[in-house]
Design a binder for this molecule. Structure first.
Ligand SMILES: [Zn+2]
Length: 322
C-alpha cells in the first residue's frame, strides 16, 4: 500500500512538473532583472531605431521578442560585462498570428537587440507608437528612453516622461521609469515635429553606415557573421571593411599601373593580399574618426562608443571630447 501511494505521489509530481516546465520554457514570459527600451527616431537613419537592453534573471533563458513587420535588425548581441557587444545566435519564428518573433538564448545575462523600423511621418509631424505586447517579459525594473533629434519641437509623450532634458547638443532626451512590469504590455507614444528634418547624427558621417544596411534587409538567414556585419554599433567591422576595400582597390590600381612590367605583375596580387590582412588593423586605427578627440568610452557607464555616436547607446550620456 505504502509503495503504491508513494508511486502515485511521484507520478503526480512528475506529471505536474512536466506540465509546468515544458510549455513554460517554450512560451512563458522571460524573467528579466532589467529592461530598457530606447526609442531613437531619426538618429542615424530616418527610421526609428529601437534598442532593447535586457538582463536575464536566469542565465541561459530563451527570450522571444516580437518584431514589427518591417523591422530591419541591426544588432543581436550579448555583453560579457566588458562593455563589448558580442554577436549572439538568433532565429526568427512566426507567432500564432503570423507576426515576427526574434528568438535567442543570450550567451551572457546582458543582451541587446537593435532594429530600425519605419514610423508615421506627415510633413513635419512625427508619430511613433511603440508597443511590446504582454506575454514575453517580466521585468523587475523597466524603463523607456526617448532621444529626439536636435530640431524637434512640440514634443508629446504618452504616457509622459518623468525626466527630460533639453540635453546636450540640443538633442532631446526623455526617460520614463516603469518600475516592475509583470507580463503586461509596454506602450509608448511619441509625437513631435522636426521641421528641419535633421538627424541626431549627421547624415554625412552615417552615410557610410547606411549604405550597406539596405542590402542586408533582404537577407533572412541569420548567421553570426551577418549579425555582426549588421551592427552599426560596431565601428571596427565597418572600418575594417572599408580598409579592406581600399586596400583591394589600391592593389587593383597598382596592378593595373604596373601591368606593363611583366616581372612584377604576377607577384603583385599575392603580396597585396597578405599585406592587406596585416594592414587592416593599422588602417582601421587611422580611419577611426577623431576630429574632436572624442571619448572612446562612456564616462558614465564605461561602454564603448561607435564612431558616429553622440550619445551612449547604453545609458544615453553625452559623448564628450577628451
Ligand atoms: Zn554610457
Amino acid at each position: 500500500m505504502k509503495k503504491q501511494r508513494l508511486l502515485a505521489i511521484f507520478s503526480i509530481v512528475f506529471l505536474s512538473l512536466s506540465i509546468v516546465i515544458v510549455p513554460g520554457n517554450a512560451q512563458g514570459p522571460t524573467d528579466l532583472s532589467a529592461l530598457t527600451i530606447k526609442l531613437w527616431p531619426e538618429y542615424d537613419d530616418p527610421r526609428l531605431l529601437v534598442i532593447i537592453d535586457g538582463k536575464l534573471v536566469t542565465p541561459g533563458s530563451e527570450i522571444r521578442l516580437p518584431l514589427p513587420a518591417e523591422a530591419q535588425l541591426n544588432a543581436v548581441a550579448t555583453d560579457d560585462g566588458s562593455g563589448r557587444l558580442l554577436k549572439n545566435e538568433w532565429r526568427e519564428e512566426k507567432a500564432d498570428d503570423g507576426s515576427r518573433l526574434l528568438v535567442m538564448v543570450p550567451q551572457n545575462p546582458l543582451f541587446r537587440v537593435e532594429y530600425y523600423t519605419p514610423f508615421s511621418v506627415d510633413g513635419d509631424k512625427r508619430n511613433i507608437t511603440f508597443e511590446l505586447p504582454a506575454g514575453y517579459f517580466n521585468a523587475e525594473q523597466a524603463a523607456i528612453e526617448v532621444l529626439l533629434p536636435p530640431g524637434s519641437e512640440d514634443v508629446k509623450l504618452v504616457p509622459t516622461a518623468d525626466e527630460s532634458g533639453p540635453a546636450q547638443d540640443q538633442a532631446h532626451i526623455f526617460q520614463r521609469t516603469l518600475g516592475a512590469v509583470k507580463d503586461q504590455a509596454i506602450t509608448q507614444q511619441v509625437t513631435y515635429a522636426n521641421p528641419g528634418g535633421e538627424l541626431t547624427v549627421s547624415a554625412e558621417s552615417s552615410s557610410s553606415v547606411g549604405a550597406p544596411q539596405g542590402t542586408e534587409a533582404s537577407s533572412q538567414e541569420p548567421t553570426g557573421a551577418e549579425t555582426v556585419a549588421k551592427s552599426a554599433t560596431n565601428p571596427w567591422i565597418i572600418a575594417l571593411g572599408a580598409a579592406a576595400v581600399l586596400l583591394i582597390l589600391g592593389g587593383a590600381v597598382g596592378l593595373w599601373l604596373t601591368r606593363d612590367r611583366e616581372e612584377e605583375a604576377p607577384a603583385a596580387p599575392a603580396p597585396s593580399r597578405t599585406k592587406g590582412k596585416k594592414k587592416k588593423k593599422t588602417g582601421a586605427i587611422s580611419m577611426q574618426p577623431s576630429p574632436k578627440d572624442l571619448d572612446r568610452f562612456c564616462r558614465q557607464c564605461g561602454k564603448e562608443f561607435g564612431p558616429d555616436d553622440r550619445f551612449c547607446r547604453y545609458c544615453g550620456a553625452q559623448r564628450r571630447s577628451l
